[in-house]
Design a protein around this ligand. Structure first.
Ligand SMILES: *[C@@H]1O[C@H](CO)[C@@H](O)[C@H](O)[C@H]1NC(C)=O
Length: 209
């Protein structure tokens, strides 16, 4: 999975570069292409996250918005993630999803980094249950239902909120363009994708060399 995500990322970079070089000759066309690309891939809301590697239309969750503050994320400072969405009734019916349908859902997180010298590194994937959880004193994942009540799992009916407060320590972090991938799965036989997104941005680390 890691490899394909990374390839997807590289493809995006290649596409972006192609568009940039094209810009010198046909500016008008370029602006149009960028708009289309942004519209297809970008997750609605204030963040730089994009859908993938699973195509948006194959993802179960209909995302209303994703907010990440601050954007871009600053290492060593707490940041917040607020994802709101719902599972359309048609998809729920199609899958025969019950009210407790997301009880076995998982979250897989992985990352990769490209350093200024062009070298790169991958880490993960790490899979955890997709549920409200205490990660540390400075990191919590909380899921809420339509009425705002804290629940253990993402509700299969109505709107759900996923909230995360987190901090990336700079001590062991090397500066570079970091890509974080989050892939939520239903945990059923066909490994249905609930949502899959990635975020690439520069992070300033404290580790030299
Ligand atoms: C969750 O997993 C358990 C154990 O494998 C299974 O018995 C149960 O049916 C699953 N529930 C759902 C909603 O998928």
């Amino acid at each position: 999975m890691m490899k394909s995500t990374f390839l997807h990322f590289l493809n995006l970079c290649a596409a972006a570069l192609a568009i940039t070089s094209d810009a010198k000759t046909t500016k008008q066309k370029t602006l149009f292409s960028v708009d289309i690309m942004a519209e297809q891939d970008k997750v609605r809301g204030h963040s730089d996250a994009v859908y993938g590697p699973v195509p948006k239309e194959d993802q179960l969750l209909n995302v209303e918005f994703l907010e990440i503050a601050p954007t871009p994320i600053i290492a060593d400072r707490i940041f917040f993630v607020y994802l709101r969405g719902y599972i359309p009734e048609s998809k729920k019916k199609e899958l025969g999803l019950l009210d407790e349908g997301l009880v076995n859902a998982t979250l897989t997180v992985s990352s990769s980094v490209v350093y200024p010298d062009g070298k790169s590194e991958d880490s993960g994937p790490l899979t955890v249950p997709f549920k409200t959880m205490f990660l540390s004193d400075d990191a919590h994942l909380v899921i809420r239902d339509t009425r705002g009540a804290q629940v253990d799992y993402l509700p299969s009916s109505g709107r759900g909120d996923v909230l995360l407060d987190f901090q990336i320590p700079t001590l062991f972090l090397k500066s570079g363009v970091w890509t974080f991938n989050v892939d939520a799965r239903l945990g059923d036989e066909s490994n249905t994708c609930v949502f899959a997104m990635s975020l690439s941005q520069w992070l300033d680390g404290g580790l030299k060399g």
